[in-house]
Design a protein around this ligand. Structure first.
Ligand SMILES: [Zn+2]
Ligand SMILES: [Zn+2]
Length: 129
């Protein structure tokens, strides 16, 4: 089950509702690959589907800060751990096509406003699946 997080900036008034974590259907790799662009899909194929040393994978949505949209976006992220301990992170782009930095540990870290860099007030408003 994913978490719905509402963020609000007390300085400039920016607010957003984000659906983070993962849904109940997101335990299948076929489903999860659909959230990524062609380039990332290829990488997922290469790293997980066709790779016998791929040990485990973990999918969730993090918070992307898109400098182009000046908004926070839900960005799909796939963490792949191979048998030899190698960690690889495959992350999606913003839907505008821009590369974004993604905050995965949003539960413990501060979330900054994409417009004025102020620390955002956050509230967990529910769950989604
Ligand atoms: Zn702000
Ligand atoms: Zn964008």
């Amino acid at each position: 089950m994913g978490t719905i997080v509402k963020v609000k900036c007390t300085s400039c008034g920016y607010e957003e509702e984000l659906r983070l974590g993962c849904g109940i259907r997101d335990n299948r790799l076929e489903q999860v690959s659909e959230y990524f662009g062609d380039k990332q899909k290829e990488e997922i194929n290469r790293l997980v589907k066709k790779n016998i040393t791929a040990y485990t994978w973990n999918y969730r949505r993090g918070i992307g800060n898109c400098e182009h949209c000046k908004r926070l976006k839900e960005i799909p992220v796939l963490l792949v751990l191979s048998e030899n301990g190698e960690r690889k992170i495959i992350k999606g782009d913003c839907d505008c096509g821009n590369h974004v930095t993604v905050l995965l540990d949003w539960e413990s870290e501060e979330i900054l406003c994409p417009r004025c860099n102020h620390i955002l007030f956050r509230e967990e408003t529910g769950y989604w699946d």
